[in-house]
Design a protein around this ligand. Structure first.
Ligand SMILES: [Zn+2]
Length: 146
């Protein structure tokens, strides 16, 4: 059982709070848990009452189905939806990488625009200075000619 499926069953157990009078080998009330295997996806079973998610505590391994086997059509639908969901999660992850790349690229472009604006201001000052120099030289030339 992977950590994500363990976490999912834990959440479901907490949400549903489905407890019945079935005892596990420890003598604890056995909670009803969902199975996450491909063949029995969502089918409920009684598990060990001492098992606590994330603690790595004692677990007598008690297992007894609580619900009947799901029909094949439901299994196919649930499994295909689960695969679709996994595909979409992968797609979201890929899009988040692209978004991050574009954000960095955008920041680079903003910096480039700022640099160009600075260059433009410097260039305008140079043009104005040249204009002033040309006008003064022109006036000076006329003064010399006179
Ligand atoms: Zn037990």
């Amino acid at each position: 059982m992977s950590s994500s499926s363990s976490s999912s069953s834990f959440v479901l157990r907490a949400e549903l709070d489905l407890w019945d009078d079935v005892l596990c080998y420890c003598g604890e009330l056995a909670p009803i848990l969902p199975q996450w295997s491909r063949r029995n996806l969502g089918r409920q079973y009684y598990g060990c009452g001492s098992y606590k998610y994330g603690t790595g505590g004692k677990n007598c391994g008690f297992f007894e189905w609580a619900t009947r086997e799901m029909d094949v059509w439901c299994q196919i639908v649930i499994n295909s939806l689960r695969e679709e969901n996994a595909d979409m999660l992968r797609e979201i992850e890929a899009l988040m990488i692209v978004e991050e790349k574009l954000r960095k690229e955008n920041n680079g472009l903003k910096d480039a625009v700022q640099e160009l604006k600075r260059s433009k201001r410097v260039l305008m000052r140079v043009v104005i200075c040249l204009f002033v120099v040309v006008v003064i030289s022109w006036q000076f030339w006329f003064w010399l000619v006179d």
